[in-house]
Design a protein around this ligand. Structure first.
Ligand code: GUN
Ligand code: ZN
Length: 460
C-alpha cells in the first residue's frame, strides 16, 4: 500500500474569511470508461429498475457539476468544443464518490488500539486521544491527514464527529473548504462521564454549536451536524438544548450513537429509567427526525425501527467498527424491511473502524449480512456506499449518483489493482462478479483517481 508522511500538506486552494466554494475551472472536462450508478433504491425497487451500468461511458463536467452522462458514442458528439477527455480504459470503473456517514476525524490518531470493548475503549484510548485536540496545530495536522486519507480512498463526502473543542470543527471546515468538499461535521457535545478537560456544559455547548452553525452551515458545500456524542455523555439538559437548537435549525443534520453494544444499552436504561427505550431518550429530547443519523443501531428493537422509519431518520452501518469492538452484527435486511424501511448509510467509524477503505468496509458489511443469513449483493453494497449513503444524509439530490446536474464528485476504480485481483478478474463471468471481487479483495490501491467538484483531487 502507498504511504506518505502524515504532516505533508495538501496542495490546497487558498482560503480566507469568506471564500465560497470555488468549483473547478470553467473548462469542460470528461472522463471515459465503464461506469456504474443508481437511479433509485434497489432495496426498495430492485436492481433492474435502479442500476445503470454503462460499459463505455462518458461523464462530462463543468463548473463543478456533471453536464452529460451516457454511452460514449451518444455523448461524444454533444460535448462542447475543447472538452478535455481522460480515457481510463476498459479496466476502470467510474462511480459517484463514496460517502462515509459516520466517522470521527480526531480518532485518526488512535485507529487500531487493542483490547477493549466500547465503554472501556472510550476511556482508555478515545478520550486521551481527543484531549490532544486542545492544540490547534495538532488538530490541523490530523484534519489534513484525515481528508487526505478520504481522498485516497475515493471518499468525497463524510459526516464527521469533531472533538469537543469548537476550533476542531472550525479547522476541519477550513480544510474541507480549501478542497471544495461537500462535508458535514459538528463539534461533539459532552457534559458528563468524560474527563473534565473534554467536557463542555449546557450553555457553552449550545453557544459554540450555534456560532458554528452561523459560520459554516450552508457556506459553499458545507453543512453543520449537531453532535451530542451519545446519551451516556450528555445530561438530559444538554440533550434538550441540542433538541432546541435543532428545532431552530431544522435543515442541519443531527448525529449521535445508539444501541451499539448491549452493555451500553443497559447503561443508558439506568441513566434514563423513565424512557421506553434507547431511541425514546433522543426522541423525548427532540432528537429523532428527518436528518438524524444514528450510528450503529445494532441492538434496536422493532418499535425503535418503526419509529425511525416514521421519523425518516437514518442508521449508519459501521461494520468494521462493530467487528473490531465486538459490538455485534447489524442486520441490514431487518433495517430495510419493506414494511417499515429505514434509511441506512455506510460508515467507517474511524477509529473504532479499522479502514478508510470503503471497499474494505463493504467487505465487512457483506460478512455482517452473511452472519444474518442474507447474502448482500455487490450492487446493493455499492448503492449503500454511494446513493444510499447520500439518501441517509438527505443529500441524494446533490451527490451519490452520476447524472446531469449532480455535483461532480467521482471516484475511478482500477479493477485490476493487485496481481491477485487481476488474476481473479480473468475468471469473472459477469459484471456482478467483477464488482464483488473489488469489494472483497480491493482497498485503497484500487482507487485510481478522485474528483471533487470536477477537480482532480487524488491521482494514484
Ligand atoms: N459511542 C460514543 N462515542 C463513541 C465513539 O467515539 N466511537 C464509537 N464507536 N462509539 C461511540
Ligand atoms: Zn462513532
Amino acid at each position: 500500500m502507498q504511504t506518505s508522511p502524515v504532516a505533508q500538506p495538501f496542495p490546497a486552494l487558498p482560503f480566507g474569511a469568506n471564500v465560497a466554494w470555488m468549483p473547478s475551472a470553467a473548462r469542460p472536462t470528461a472522463l471515459r470508461g465503464p461506469a456504474l450508478t443508481f437511479t433509485g433504491d434497489p432495496f426498495r425497487d430492485g436492481l433492474e429498475r435502479t442500476l445503470v451500468h454503462e460499459p463505455d461511458a462518458i461523464v462530462a463536467m463543468q463548473d463543478g457539476r456533471i453536464t452529460h452522462f451516457g454511452a460514449a458514442a451518444r455523448i461524444a458528439p454533444l460535448l462542447p468544443a475543447g472538452t478535455e477527455i481522460r480515457d481510463f480504459g476498459k479496466d476502470a470503473l467510474i462511480s459517484a464518490g463514496f460517502i462515509d456517514t459516520h466517522v470521527h476525524f480526531p480518532q485518526t490518531t488512535m485507529i487500531a488500539s487493542h483490547g477493549a470493548q466500547l465503554l472501556d475503549w472510550l476511556d482508555r484510548y478515545t478520550f486521551p486521544a481527543e484531549l490532544k485536540f486542545a492544540d490547534r496545530a495538532h488538530t490541523r495536522r490530523v484534519a489534513r491527514a484525515f481528508l487526505r486519507e478520504n481522498l485516497r480512498n475515493g471518499i468525497t463526502t463524510s459526516c464527521v464527529y469533531c472533538s469537543v473543542h469548537a476550533h476542531s470543527a472550525d479547522i476541519l471546515f477550513e480544510e474541507a473548504e480549501a478542497l471544495g468538499l461537500r462535508l458535514a461535521a459538528g463539534k461533539v457535545l459532552m457534559d458528563r462521564n468524560a474527563p473534565e478537560a473534554l467536557r463542555d456544559d449546557v450553555q457553552t455547548g449550545y453557544d459554540d454549536s450555534l456560532a458554528l452553525i452561523r459560520k459554516w452551515h450552508g457556506r459553499g458545500r458545507l453543512l453543520y451536524a449537531i453532535t451530542p456524542r451519545f446519551a451516556g455523555t450528555s445530561s438530559p439538559e444538554q440533550l434538550a438544548a441540542a433538541g432546541a437548537l435543532w428545532r431552530d435549525h431544522p435543515d442541519c443534520l443531527m448525529q449521535t450513537h445508539i444501541a451499539e453494544t448491549q452493555a451500553e444499552v443497559a447503561w443508558i436504561a439506568e441513566l434514563f429509567p423513565d424512557r421506553a427505550n434507547y431511541l425514546d431518550v433522543y426522541d423525548h429530547h427532540g432528537l429523532c427526525g428527518r436528518g438524524a443519523v444514528f450510528g450503529h443501531g445494532i441492538w434496536l428493537g422493532d418499535d425503535e425501527l418503526k419509529r425511525l422509519h416514521a421519523a425518516d431518520a437514518a442508521i449508519s452501518h459501521c461494520p468494521t467498527s462493530n467487528f473490531f469492538l465486538g459490538s455485534g452484527v447489524f442486520d441490514i435486511a431487518r433495517a430495510k424491511h419493506a414494511d417499515r424501511p429505514v434509511r441506512v448509510g455506510l460508515g467507517t467509524d474511524i477509529g473504532a473502524g479499522t479502514s478508510f477503505s470503503i471497499l474494505q468496509t463493504l467487505n465487512e458489511a457483506y460478512k455482517a449480512a452473511q452472519l444474518n443469513r442474507h447474502p448482500l449483493s455487490a450492487a446493493h453494497a455499492y448503492y449503500l456506499a454511494t446513493r444510499g449513503s447520500a439518501a441517509a444524509l438527505h443529500l441524494d439530490d446533490k451527490v451519490g449518483s452520476i447524472a446531469p446536474g449532480m455535483e461532480a464528485d467521482l471516484v475511478v476504480l482500477d479493477m485490476r489493482s493487485t496481481p491477485l485481483i487481476a488474476f481473479r478478474m480473468d475468471e469473472a463471468r459477469d459484471f456482478a462478479e467483477q464488482l464483488f471481487i473489488q469489494m472483497i479483495l480491493g482497498d485503497d490501491r484500487a482507487v485510481q483517481a478522485t474528483y471533487v467538484a470536477g477537480r482532480l483531487a487524488h491521482d494514484r
